[in-house]
Design a protein around this ligand. Structure first.
Ligand code: COA
Length: 169
């Protein structure tokens, strides 16, 4: 059975092991190898992951089956003072995609957002990441806006921002 667990800095190596496979696979036809390397170092170095967890209030979750980690997600409540939760990262190992794990993680994000009484979850997705966009469309997100972000070193992120309203019963 696949379970979703909260991650902490003891899981940094587990998160990196998944990102080292999932990131290049997801972006090989979208970003240059140099940009992939730059972005992975920016977001997944030991120091960066530790800072995200301990200083920036990024909450990490792992999908786990037996002793194997299959995917991760990070979220941040009240991101940029919006009163909404941002899903910063959601990545599943390539051979475990389309088996419902993304939805399990997304449901976790939604439950965590509800516990904060927030109005929506949102995220950035690369405009050319068609698989992820299909997943977000399938799971009830709408296109909120487009965003081009200068991330330094001559690289940009050319993104859509997708949002999903939280429905309270
Ligand atoms: C995007 C991602 C997180 C989705 O997780 P997943 O486990 O593959 O998705 P799920 O199996 O939970 O799919 C949920 C629904 O979306 C649909 N879906 C998922 N990927 C799809 C695709 N590429 N095309 C069409 N539908 C898709 C599923 O069929 C399913 O529909 P259903 O509820 O009717 O059965 C995962 O594929 C992934 O890690 N991709 C690579 C990394 C990435 O791009 N991350 C997002 C960065 S912004």
């Amino acid at each position: 059975m696949i379970e979703i667990i909260r991650a902490n800095k003891n899981n940094i190596k587990d998160i990196q092991a998944i990102s080292n496979v999932a990131w290049p696979h997801a972006f090989k036809e979208i970003l240059s190898p140099d940009q992939i390397k730059y972005m992975m170092n920016w977001m997944y170095s030991d120091k960066s992951l530790q800072e995200q967890m301990e200083m920036d209030n990024h909450h990490y979750f792992l999908a786990k089956e037996n002793d194997k980690f299959l995917g991760y997600m990070s979220i941040q409540h009240n991101c940029e003072n919006t009163g909404k939760t941002k899903i910063h990262k959601i990545y599943i190992l390539p051979d475990m995609q389309k088996k419902g794990i993304g939805k399990l993680l997304l449901n976790t994000a939604i439950n965590e957002t509800k516990m904060q009484n927030e109005s929506a979850v949102y995220l950035n997705v690369n405009k050319y990441n068609e698989n992820a966009i299909k997943f977000y469309q399938k799971t009830g997100f709408f296109l909120a806006k487009e965003e081009v972000i200068d991330i330094g070193n001559g690289f940009i992120m050319d993104d859509y921002v997708f949002e999903k309203e939280i429905v309270y019963e």
